[in-house]
Design a protein around this ligand. Structure first.
Ligand SMILES: [Zn+2]
Length: 314
């Protein structure tokens, strides 16, 4: 058995894990993400790896982070949410600090690979994954391989335009998919319903600080599980958008399945059922071809770490 390390760089924490050939995490280390980003963050990643290397023999290291990664998997081209990291040749900087080969991958791509190899997408040659959290991340596995595109922005499904001149997105464009079908969109749909008729939302608002601004995705999920109509309607609207987007995506690459991950999938069938209904209702050439299945992700927050550890395996 050989071991690699996967390191998942998040907004608040850097989580490292020693992973075996079967995708099993056998040790972990965690550090706070330094706010200043840049070299401090690179050093934190190296420290995390070195801590894990002290007790295990490691062959290579993978690092996943939100951002655009060069097609040779060495350089972070742009990291919208991490300071002072644009254009950094992480492979060179980390290899110098750690002394092992390093592979860099976009976090949603890494998660898709983790699920494809060890999770919900096992045995699926063609699959797409949507990580539905604050936004929507995406990953594509074709012919059993991760598809990266020419310039590192493949599978940014969250920024497909679904509404002409719709809501302004963080990417600078308008009407992006993630403005309608993400965790933030779930909150938006709930807030719009509450604003329209505040008296129906007492139960939902009582789970937070009583204000619309204080509403959280977790509160909506909890309320939906107990049958709260406002929360269920917000999931229903989110699922309608999600399913219609997936129907469009399926005619692009015809995958056998879509794996839905990210925080919003904690709601399980509460999200998947309206998504499936919408997929079937909006599918082009309805009834004339097999439809992809929708599956909840299995690896949760570990998907990126496990996936990038495997990608680092040569
Ligand atoms: Zn966008």
């Amino acid at each position: 058995m050989t071991y690699t390390i996967g390191i998942d760089v998040g907004g608040t924490k850097v989580l490292g894990g020693v992973v075996d050939e079967n995708g099993k995490i056998i040790a972990t280390a965690r550090k706070d993400t330094p706010r200043q980003g840049g070299r401090a963050l690179t050093q934190t990643i190296a420290d995390t790896a070195i801590e894990l290397m002290s007790e295990h023999t490691i062959t290579s290291i993978g690092v996943s982070a939100a951002g655009f990664v060069s097609s040779d998997r060495k350089t972070m081209l742009a990291t919208p949410n991490i300071a002072d990291w644009n254009g950094v040749n992480l492979d060179a900087e980390l290899s110098a600090l750690i002394g092992l080969p390093v592979v860099i991958e976009n976090d949603a791509n890494a998660a898709a690979w983790g699920e494809a190899k060890f999770g919900a997408g096992r045995n699926q040659n063609h699959m797409m994954m949507l990580t539905v959290g604050t936004g929507i991340g995406g990953g594509i596995v074709l012919n059993g391989e991760l598809f990266r595109g020419a310039f590192g922005i493949a599978a940014e499904f969250g920024h497909l335009r679904v509404v002409p001149d719709g809501h302004l997105c963080g990417c600078g464009a308008r009407g992006c998919f993630e403005q309608y079908a993400s965790g933030n969109a779930l909150l938006r749909h709930a807030r719009e319903a509450i604003s329209a008729s505040p008296e129906i939302a007492r139960n939902l608002l009582s789970r937070g600080d009583g204000t619309i601004a204080g509403l959280t995705g977790q509160a909506i999920t909890d309320a939906a599980r107990e049958g709260d109509p406002v929360a269920l309607a917000a999931f229903n609207t989110t699922g309608q958008w999600l399913g219609a987007g997936i129907a469009s995506l399926s005619v692009l690459l015809d995958p056998s399945c879509f794996i839905i991950g990210g925080g919003v999938i904690d709601a399980g069938e509460i999200l998947l059922k309206p998504t499936r209904e919408s997929l079937e209702r909006t599918m082009p050439f309805a009834g004339k071809h097999p439809y992809p299945t929708l599956i909840a992700a299995e690896l949760g927050n570990d998907a990126g770490l496990v996936g990038v550890a495997d990608l680092a395996r040569v």
